[in-house]
Design a protein around this ligand. Structure first.
Ligand SMILES: Cc1cc2nc3c(=O)[nH]c(=O)nc-3n(C[C@H](O)[C@H](O)[C@H](O)COP(=O)(O)OP(=O)(O)OC[C@H]3O[C@@H](n4cnc5c(N)ncnc54)[C@H](O)[C@@H]3O)c2cc1C
Length: 456
């Protein structure tokens, strides 16, 4: 088991690293080690019938396997430096954009052709937002949709599978730096593989493991941010003027009371709300399909409050986890509440939700989010809902549904140089696992970038 390059993790970061290496230097021996299963074997047991909510499988089919956390995502590739990660801080803004466009070209040539690219450039909504104390961030958004995203991933895998060694269901346990500067990875029952270069792309689900590896190898890390909030679900018509033109609008609001930044995140027109299981904690997320027959009457998006902690507190993810755990404790999973009930200070119950005009797309437990979310965060979310109501009247309707909690765990930021390389030459850390990226486009671009650094 000797490789030129070992890639740990087959999410977008790992896939695009492997693909670029295969394309530019096919003679390289590349091995990809992945905790989860091949794409076609990834199956979440939730069927809405026998299994209605997360049963906490040992390997989560949503988060792990070929395609990573992005496999069943909405496939929104945001081509921008304004959000989705800080890759540009390492490689420069022009390079980051160029690589995101390159990734888009690859996606287009593997089944994505014909999907729509949306853009905020020249949008009238910028002015409307500013007039209401909201800021619309600049971006071009390629929306593949969950179905086309799946096809693209399948096509990429078919092209790579005979040229690259994929080891599925093989979580890597440890990385060892050898005296000659090479690397040895440990997996299975005392099995090992060695390589000249090692690319670690373990995403959010691998964040705990990443932390341990960094501790053991004395790689510096920083962890001070977590975003906490809710997923909003409302009739698609309320946001259709924005979603028809922009598909996804990233809007930021600074709260009056605490001057915290609240932002919209991951907007899914006519989409569905879903459970997400990160290390056994059930949180909420959302996606939508390109296929007309799978579209719903609702739009969903997250409202997240960014929480930056200062010294000496370093456990930002543990803080987010505790809040998510609280919602799991009260609701047995995700809690749903009508905005009107939240305002009136009462919990939602099944009857009030059923009588409401918004039909929930996720079977969550009706409850009271004010028992879960810290006041500062809840105040910020409510302020933002009223601000959004001015540009999309109806957002603050009583029947608007809020699912909680949604947590964006930021992986600790790993200390890397401009090559995304650690202090060990040849050990690269990319994608969401590095803390540098938080999105499909940035994670994929980081994969291409590192492959090119290796090829140099
Ligand atoms: C439901 C959902 C919807 C989303 N929608 C969007 C969207 O529309 N647009 C967007 O930009 N982003 C979206 N995201 C985020 C996006 O999926 C991630 O930013 C992106 O997948 C990060 O890519 P990555 O390669 O860094 O990590 P991941 O995609 O997380 O991949 C990491 C892989 O590493 C594997 N792994 C972890 N530890 C080990 C180990 N020790 N050994 C071997 N393998 C390991 C995991 O199994 C996983 O497959 C969404 C996420 C979710 C969960």
């Amino acid at each position: 088991m000797n490789y030129d390059v070992i890639i740990i993790g087959a999410g977008p970061g790992g896939i695009f690293s492997a693909y670029e290496l295969m394309l530019k230097k096919p003679e390289l021996k590349v091995g990809v080690f992945e905790t989860g299963f091949p794409l076609e074997k990834r199956k979440c047991p939730i069927d809405g019938d026998k299994v209605k909510s997360c049963i906490k499988c040992p390997t989560c089919a949503i988060m792990n396997g070929f395609g990573g956390a992005g496999a069943f995502s909405d496939g929104k590739y945001n081509i921008t430096n304004d959000f989705g990660g800080t890759l540009y801080q390492y490689i420069g803004k022009d390079k980051a954009l160029e690589l995101m466009k390159y990734v888009d070209e690859i996606n287009m040539s593997h089944g994505g052709e014909g999907t729509k690219m949306f853009s905020t450039a020249g949008s009238e909504f910028k002015k409307l937002c500013l007039q209401n104390k909201l800021k619309l961030l600049d971006a071009s958004v390629r929306h593949l949709g969950t179905d086309i995203n799946y096809i693209v991933l399948g096509n990429l895998y078919n092209e790579m599978k005979d040229k690259i060694d994929f080891h599925f269901h093989t979580p890597v346990k440890d990385i060892e730096v050898l005296e000659d500067g090479r690397f040895r990875i440990h997996y299975g029952e005392n099995e090992t593989a060695e390589c000249d270069k090692c690319v670690v792309s373990v995403g959010r689900s691998g964040s705990k493991w990443m932390e341990e590896v960094c501790k053991k190898l004395n790689i510096d890390t920083l962890s001070n941010r977590v975003d906490i909030g809710v997923r909003v679900e409302l009739p698609a018509a309320i946001f259709s003027h924005l979603t028809d033109e922009l598909y996804e609008s990233k809007i930021v609001y600074r709260t009056h009371k605490y001057e915290d930044a609240v932002r919209t995140f991951c907007m899914n027109p006519n989409g569905i709300v879903v459970n997400e299981n990160t290390n056994g904690i059930v949180t909420v997320n959302g996606h939508s399909f390109e296929d007309q027959s799978k579209k719903t009457e609702n739009t969903n998006f997250a409202l997240l409050v960014a929480k930056h902690f200062s010294e000496p507190f370093k456990e930002s993810n543990a803080y987010g986890e505790s809040i998510a755990r609280l919602s799991n404790m009260l609701g047995g999973g995700v809690i749903v509440q009508r905005f009107g009930d939240l305002e009136k200070g009462r919990r939602s119950n099944k009857k009030r939700i059923q009588e409401g005009t918004v039909r929930p797309t996720l079977d969550a437990t009706p409850g009271d989010l004010s028992l879960v979310l810290p006041k500062r965060i809840l105040d910020g979310i409510m302020e933002m809902i009223y601000a959004l109501d001015k540009i999309a009247p109806g957002t603050a309707n009583d029947d608007t549904l809020l699912y909680g909690v949604e947590v964006k765990f930021y992986n600790m930021e790993v200390k890397l140089d401009e090559n995304l390389e650690t202090q060990y030459k040849g050990l690269y850390i990319i994608g969401d696992g590095s803390g540098v990226t938080h999105s499909l486009s940035h994670a994929s671009a980081s994969g291409v970038y590192v492959a090119r650094q290796i090829l140099k």
